[in-house]
Write a protein that binds this ligand. Structure first.
Ligand SMILES: NC(=O)c1ccc[n+]([C@@H]2O[C@H](COP(=O)([O-])OP(=O)(O)OC[C@H]3O[C@@H](n4cnc5c(N)ncnc54)[C@H](O)[C@@H]3O)[C@@H](O)[C@H]2O)c1
Ligand SMILES: N[C@@H](CCO)C(=O)O
Ligand code: NA
Length: 440
């Protein structure tokens, strides 16, 4: 095999928008691996400009490359725009302009892709540009291109992910040490996992944006963040973990994307996309994903189950995914082709959370007297929810009832819990948590 470098190949001109945690590492990798990247692409990469907010904060970068005017780079003569600023505005306008002018785009921006992926893909298709964003979901883990390319011949039925490192760290610590949510959050903040305002992570917004991107690619359907049902982890207690342990489970914040039946037309498919903390059996491959790691479990009809695991955040790991996309797009430029867009031809309806089948684990403090079990069971039956297991632990006049249901529509389970709150037999609803996994 020849290892001759291309002679005289025109450089691929790269404009970088943003140079923070991820951007700094992108610049470093492009510089340090320049020779190898040239050989892999068939042409050298040349950074022609870097848009930053404060040029004085980047003393290591050649001053002539720095600008505070990102629009000037988008309007200039770059071949590829790499965006690592984040957020919706002004990035949305910048990337639409870049794509419409035929520049290919590589982005790490999950918030933007989850909200405006349709607009950006349409702009890319119009001008024949590439749009790749592997870093936007699960950082370094290759998951978007596997869904978009490697698995595009298969029929994906389910994508189940731990795609937020901060919350996985918090839940893992609560499980391992018995600490409370706020103690574990403080630890995550000290270690630099959680940001000063941890809302996007803790309340599940970040995981919901990633779920929207995963569902859109897996099911060839437009899915935006608003289509994703979302609950965060701030209400998870050490009592919930104790209940989970008793069931042989742990608790993870799951991003669940499923091909389900359409409640209005059961012979047709629909998409369910949802994010919430759930009990998951310790035997499940996702249960052992600890620390701030991410993992995505994919089920497809022909392939069967597949597991993707690795670092979902951090400058280096995220830059690795950005570079992977950059090389792919640059190769396409050299070959004067594109990698192909994404199809949303299936346009499946989104199944609302209330109609989505789930299972609940419910733990209740009750008075230990005759008739309690029957009264509680009646509340479940009233909503047509079938009970799978029930366990009672007596404590003098008081007792704890632990019930696990069979699968039922989420709205029926939620209504049951509401009625239990109001029941004269129930002293307190101690813990309510969805249980992931097939009905037993
Ligand atoms: N940090 C991670 O671990 C990680 C992981 C996966 C994805 N991402 C995504 O990567 C992107 C970048 O994240 P980050 O952690 O590097 O953020 P960051 O805040 O460290 O960097 C963003 C940079 O963009 C600059 N910026 C803001 N507005 C600008 C503008 N108008 N023009 C020029 N520069 C501007 C900021 O000054 C900052 O330096 C985000 O979309 C984020 O969601 C980050
Ligand atoms: N805040 C995100 C960063 C990666 O997208 C996380 O904790 O996973
Ligand atoms: Na990724």
């Amino acid at each position: 095999m020849s290892n001759t470098l291309p002679r005289g190949a025109a450089p691929i001109r790269v404009a970088l928008l943003g140079c923070g945690t991820v951007g700094t590492e992108v610049v470093r990798l492009i510089e340090e691996q320049s020779k190898d990247l040239t050989a892999r692409i068939g042409a050298p990469l040349e950074i022609v400009g870097i848009a930053v907010r404060r040029p004085d904060k980047h003393p290591d970068i050649k001053a002539s490359l720095l600008t505070t005017d990102a629009q000037s780079l988008v309007d200039g003569d770059a071949d590829i725009v790499v965006e690592v600023i984040g957020g919706i505005d002004p990035v949305k306008g910048l990337l639409v302009d870049a794509l419409r002018s035929g520049k290919s785009v590589v982005s790490a921006n999950k918030a933007l892709l989850a909200e405006e992926g349709g607009l950006l893909h349409a702009a890319a298709a119009e001008s024949g540009a590439d749009l790749y964003y592997e870093a936007a979901v699960a950082g370094a883990i290759p998951i978007l291109r596997p869904l978009r390319e490697s698995m595009v011949g298969d029929r994906i039925t389910r994508v189940l992910g731990i795609v937020n490192g901060t919350t996985n760290y918090i839940l893992s610590r609560m499980d391992e040490t018995g600490s409370s949510f706020s103690e574990a959050l403080a630890e995550a903040t000290d270690l630099g996992y959680a940001e000063a305002d941890p809302t996007a992570d803790v309340d599940g917004f970040d995981a919901a944006a990633k779920a929207a991107i995963l569902a859109a690619l897996a099911f060839h359907t437009p899915v935006t963040t608003d289509d994703v049902y979302r609950e965060g982890i701030s209400a998870v207690t050490s009592g919930d973990f104790a209940s989970a342990r008793d069931m042989g489970c742990t608790i993870k914040l799951l991003s669940i994307c499923e091909r389900v039946s359409d409640p209005d037309n059961p012979s047709e498919d629909a998409v369910s996309a949802r994010v919430y903390p759930a009990m998951i059996p310790r035997t499940h491959p996702l249960a052992s994903v600890g620390d701030a790691f991410n993992a995505v479990f994919v089920e497809a009809e022909a392939a069967g189950p597949l597991m993707f695991y690795g670092k979902g955040a951090g400058g280096d790991p995220t830059a690795s995914a950005v570079l992977g996309d950059l090389v792919a797009v640059a190769r396409n430029k050299v070959a004067t082709t594109t990698g192909g867009g994404v199809s949303t031809y299936a346009a499946l309806p989104i199944r609302p959370m209330g109609k989505t089948p789930t299972r609940y684990h419910v733990s209740l403090d009750v008075s230990d007297k005759a008739g309690v079990l029957a009264a509680v069971a009646t509340e479940f039956a009233r909503n047509d929810v079938s009970i799978s297991t029930v366990r009672q632990e007596g404590r003098g006049d008081e007792a704890t009832l632990v019930l696990v249901t069979h699968t039922a529509a989420d709205e029926a389970l939620a209504a049951t819990v509401e009625q239990l709150h109001a029941s004269e037999y129930v002293r307190a609803v101690v813990s309510v948590m969805r249980v992931e996994g097939k009905d037993s």
